[in-house]
Ligand binder design. Sequence first.
Ligand code: NG1
Ligand code: ZN
Length: 546
Amino acid sequence: EEQQSLLLNSSSRFSPPQGVKLSYGTAGFRADASLLPSTVFRIGILAALRSLQTRSVIGIMITASHNKVSDNGVKIADPNGGMLSQRWEPFADALANAPSPQNLILLINEFVEKEGISLDGVGVVEVLLGRDTRPSGDALHEAAKQGVTSIVGAVATDMGILTTPQLHWMVRARNMGMRASEKDYFEQLSSSFRCLVDLVPTEKIKFDGVNDKVVVDGANGVGGVKLKDLGRLLNSLAIEVRNSSEDGGILNDGVGADYVQKEKVVPHGFGSKDAWIRCASLDGDADRLVYFIVPPESSGRIDLVDGDKILSLFALYIKEQLNFLNEKEDLNQARLGVVQTAYANGASTNYLKQLGLEVNFTPTGVKYLHEKAAEFDIGIYFEANGHGTVLFSESFIEWLEARTNKISSGSKDSEGEKAALRLLAVSKLINQAVGDALSGLLLVEVILQHMGWSIHRWNELYHDLPSRQLKVKVADRTAVVTTNAETVVVSPPGLQEAINEETDKYPQGRCFVRPSGTEDVVRVYAEASTQETADTLANSVAKLVD
Ligand code: NG1
Ligand code: ZN
């Protein structure tokens, strides 16, 4: 009774926008911020129910990542810090689109019964709330809080302004019984980074031009601020942050990882003065990371070092450590797997296969890559756009812990032992919940030190095939249905045949189309042996879709 009237009261304060249908896509709900209060309120309710059902802490992140500053969005972090269970997504859709408070309450009651959630036996019901620097964040935070607290006994904890990966990390840490403040996050990243720096082979230390600073574009968002805080805890790495939210620039406007990766030009604040320097770019909520080089007299063009190349660098380093362990220790061949999407540059896939690695493909969307990577002892996944991380299986972590525990009582210098220490430190540095630009940047930096490599040497691992991405606005993007990790169109009929016919005209041509999971568009991707032909291929296939 109390519960029903509480819900009715609070939901009548948030009416849904007229004539808008929202859907929980690959990154939760995203829209113009003015459309979102009722959706975020309802997601607050859903998160509290999820917390009740799983008897765990749940997270809500309010962000629209790389999208424009007037947009916002909301997504849920599940108990392990990952994305909301896909089984609950249809319920999220139904809640968001319920036309009236009465309708909403009906849906909730139905769902609660179906899922066997008891609303009166209150256990742990806590939802951590995070938001990025968008001006609409405060009001949407309030809406989320009201949603959470419409479930009797549920607590909403304000974690403040955070990067998306920080919020996911905190949810995961809380559910593992660990301390989970921002200070704890910075502490874990900086201490595991120091540990890895201490394990850099002595002959590689202070190799010319390797230990110089990295200059980071913060997308005028939250990532820059947090990176400055983190940087203060590191003494073996100099980080210069530009385009931080307090610098006054507009979020994601001519800055940030999405802009840099798609346009392949320098972000605002960068130019010829940065020629040859190691530069990096974060996206608006700091879950994506790309590096880039400004060639001298480039007139704005950059050499992009994208997510695929970060993946390749990580794979190389981790494989080296595993080789030490497999040779010198009685480890039963730990399984290393890498996961990419169809957007991965074909040259990166060839490179990874040449390393002897198992390369897997999934549809676009972190939830799919993450799920696949979790099948391995060590699974590395990256999207070309710079979102990715490295996952370690529980049993492999246990093996590493047992192996490294033995070390303190004995000698400490065999290659196998160092490799075990390194891998354990990587598992603590790199965010196990979701891709994290901050931890990813630290891992890149320490691997470059380890290899004694400049960014140029790294960039030379392989040469990207020229590519082009386009988006086509269509009446109904759901009319395009794909299969085979989104590389083949099954509907509308005939479209795939037409794409094949076009693609066959170009040497090293590769092309696919798919509906976006975050925007109302169909995306076209093309690769070919020259930039000109990649552009032509993309344009002619875009016409087929139109
Ligand atoms: P969509 O809109 O489905 O292409 C984009 C990115 C994804 C992922 C999500 C979530 C591309 C081509 N797509 O998805 O990789 O990052 O946003 O942010 O970059
Ligand atoms: Zn993002």
